[in-house]
Design a protein around this ligand. Structure first.
Ligand code: NDP
Length: 447
């Protein structure tokens, strides 16, 4: 089996040698899916995984815009259309200076499995730009978004490819992107999700990824007869996913100890309660400030510069910032400190070595492609509402989200339960996601 995986990875490395994040995401899937393929004749010998790791289309383009000083700026834009076997491409746009083809291919590849797990008809894609929104004025953001859509519009559509937000792309950016798409195409369609409520957005979409991450953790804990009640929770990030993961943890009776951003983390021993979280939301979403400003408001809390929060003792860890933010050493520290559950809100926040530590310790561990699928699932619900020209209530969408997270959890149990009863959620999510896409690809022939 090891030879099969190594031979496959050698081939993928030859073609994508300079794309470390993409190779990491592929290897994690190959480790669990190749043994499954070998045992199942319908998939064996058809190069099905090799077909899946090759994007159907990679689009890269120039984005020129003018900053507030009148200087011409040049950025690079991308859209990776990874797999459309089960539906139109769907996945977010990331604006961050670290964005490159490797990162977007890893995200698009993960998205294929994630979208398959949601049970909704969505293929996988991802896009973005190396544009850095930090410190830019609203006008600069608008000019950039308009310039970006000036090229992207010809590659997307409500039945072709439906982007959404991700790091650096929130409600403000989606608004500017949608405005330019509408102008260029002269049509009002659900081509983007995460839209404002008055122009086609869905209730619960802003909350969905964070809430879903916590619902998934809740499902895992229930298997052990446990819950969030009274638990201490450590969260990284302070953006969209982290904020709503914190909100739902509080609603379920847990105590939230940390939040972070790329400059460091804050640790509030007394707990970040609902009022303090409201302050953080205003600070990050309206003022666009830094998490360190939390201690100006709440001086009893600590700000730890340049570090991640994994050394803080906790019962539950929710990594909600970015890829590879939790390494082997961090994982060992979490386990040694008694952490019983890790649910990934971000995409691939734990390194492969960290995941192995969690598995060896047999703690509950949910990979992002399962636990953060609530965001794209609710985007799928937004698309349905747009097609129906109808709007569901908050509780209708929230109930559907809960149901989807519970279904994903069940799929993981179906494909990931080991002989000793331990649930390997990575294996479960990878195989469950793979089966649906592979079956569709086989049915559609070699295209
Ligand atoms: P936001 O832009 O709203 O927030 C991102 C947060 O992560 C910020 O606190 C940011 O800090 C921090 N961060 C970003 N890059 C780094 C870095 N290199 N090191 C440390 N901290 C960093 O993004 P989201 O909350 O939307 O996304 C967070 C994660 O969740 C990403 O992995 C994304 O792919 C994933 N995700 C998001 C979904 C969604 O619906 N939004 C859906 C599914 C997954 P700073 O401000 O300093 O940059």
């Amino acid at each position: 089996m090891k030879n099969n995986i190594e031979a496959f990875m050698d081939l993928v490395k030859q073609r994508n040698g300079n794309e470390p994040e993409f190779l990491q995401a592929v290897e994690e899937v190959a480790e669990t899916v190749i043994p499954y393929i070998v045992e199942h004749d319908i998939y064996y010998g058809k190069n099905i995984l090799l077909r899946m790791v090759e994007p159907e289309r990679v689009i890269s383009f120039r984005v020129c815009w003018v900053d507030d000083e009148g200087e011409i700026q040049v950025n690079r834009g991308y859209r990776i259309q990874m797999n459309s076997a089960i539906g139109p491409y769907k996945g977010g746009l990331r604006f961050h200076p670290t964005v490159n083809q490797s990162i977007l291919k890893f995200l698009a590849f993960e998205q294929v499995f994630k979208n398959s797990l949601t049970t909704l008809p969505m293929g996988g894609g991802k896009g973005g730009s190396d544009f850095d929104p930090k410190g830019k004025s609203d006008n600069e953001i608008m000019r950039f978004c308009h310039a970006f859509m000036g090229e992207l519009f010809r590659h997307i559509g409500a039945n072709t490819d439906i982007p959404a937000g991700d790091i650096g792309v929130g409600a403000r950016e989606i608004g500017f992107l949608f405005g330019m798409y509408k102008k260029l195409r002269n049509e009002f369609t659900g081509v983007l999700t995460g839209k404002g409520l008055s122009w086609g957005g869905s209730l619960i979409r802003p909350e969905a990824t964070g809430y879903g991450t916590v619902y998934f953790a809740q499902n895992m804990l229930e298997v052990k007869g446990d819950s969030f009640e009274g638990k201490e929770v450590v969260i990284s990030g302070s953006g969209n996913v982290a904020q709503y993961a914190a909100e739902k943890s509080l609603q379920l009776g847990a105590k939230v100890l940390t939040l972070s951003d790329s400059s460091g983390y804050i640790y509030d021993e007394e707990g970040i309660d609902a009022d303090k979280l409201k302050f953080v939301m205003h600070l990050k979403n309206e003022k666009r400030g830094r998490i360190s400003e939390y201690i100006d408001q709440y001086p009893k809390a600590k700000f730890v510069k340049g570090e991640t929060p994994w050394r803080v003792k906790c019962d539950i860890a929710l990594p909600c910032a970015t890829q590879n933010e939790l390494n082997e050493e961090d994982a060992k520290t979490l386990v040694d400190n008694g952490c019983i559950c890790v649910s990934e809100g971000a995409n691939m926040p734990s390194t492969m070595e960290a995941v192995h530590v969690f598995h060896d310790a047999k703690i509950l561990f949910a990979p992002g492609k399962a636990s953060n699928a609530g965001g794209v699932a609710t985007s799928g619900l937004e698309m349905t509402q747009n097609s129906l020209r109808y709007k569901w209530t908050r509780s209708e969408v929230d109930n559907k989200l809960k149901e989807i997270m519970s279904d994903i959890h069940q799929s993981c149990i179906e494909y990931g339960t080991e002989e000793d009863g331990y649930i390997d959620y990575v294996k479960g999510a990878n195989i469950a996601g793979f089966v649906k896409v592979a079956d569709a690809m086989l049915a559609q022939g070699i295209v």
